[in-house]
Design a protein around this ligand. Sequence first.
Ligand code: FAD
Length: 302
Amino acid sequence: MSDIFWKQLREITGDGRCFRQEDMSRHTTFRVGGPAEYYACPGREQVTELISLCKSYQIPWMVIGNGSNLLVGDKGISGMVIELGKEASQIEVKGAEVRAQAGALLSVVARKAADAGLSGMEFASGIPGSVGGAIVMNAGAYGGEMRQVVEKATVLTAEGREKELSREELCFGYRHSCIPEHHMVVLDTVLALERGDLPSIDEEMARLRRLRSEKQPLEYPSAGSTFKRPQGYFAGKLIQDAGLRGYRVGEAQVSEKHCGFVINRGGATAAQVRQLIRDVQDKVEEQFGVRMETEVRFVGEF
Ligand SMILES: Cc1cc2nc3c(=O)[nH]c(=O)nc-3n(C[C@H](O)[C@H](O)[C@H](O)COP(=O)(O)OP(=O)(O)OC[C@H]3O[C@@H](n4cnc5c(N)ncnc54)[C@H](O)[C@@H]3O)c2cc1C
């Protein structure tokens, strides 16, 4: 069966766009994770067919973007990982609207918008995610969030139909949208931006970039802020006050620069990262009675 499936998969995506036993540490910013049984990089137009192929062979599947919010287990992922990345990354600017496919990087969208004199994406220019991943997560920074700019998104429903969802129908909340709970896939989006002037947009993007590199341990692999902000607290401050700055499990470490980041010092395993995250959650809870939830998503087998 697997040979027939593999042949059909290659027919859909084309050679060079699908792989077996693909090392997920190459596709996550944490740089950890075992192999995906199958890994495919389809274009926007091939996603529906690819998912229906998986369904017909009862092969579990999941979609990723730039892998910047994922911790993949050391034993990898059984089934298919579908990357909506550079093969599905067209961007078109029309008036004050930007149409972007799910795989477009936020940094590239923000740059194109700025070059067209459009303001609104400055906040996202330093977030290393794709448009699809950012909609799923309602990614945000420095007072901006995806919900402020997304006018609508085209999704593939769990039944395999394309459907347009308005901003309200995407049910954005803090680092939340309703995409995962309905097993939908983001295919593309329309962002509604405002006219601005290029020098001020550029200046703001440069200011935010400076802030990031001053405050965040960008020199190490990570998945950004590991924990969601608990109501009434800041995760980084709780971790610091619990005496966990620099705390290590193997090569996984609470960043000394920003306690809200767990970093991979080089060669960390997913098991070490997960253990460290659990230790931090337990110690913070013991001391302050607050159970921090992870923003990072755990996938695969550990
Ligand atoms: C250095 C660094 C800094 C960061 N700073 C920020 C920040 O300031 N603010 C912030 O919010 N985040 C930040 N992040 C986290 C991360 O970049 C964001 O959450 C980003 O939106 C994730 O996008 P992605 O494409 O990498 O998604 P992935 O990590 O690939 O996936 C995230 C989730 O979305 C799902 N998904 C991805 N694409 C699709 C799709 N097309 N359809 C359906 N589901 C999909 C995946 O299954 C997964 O559940 C940072 C990360 C790093 C490494």
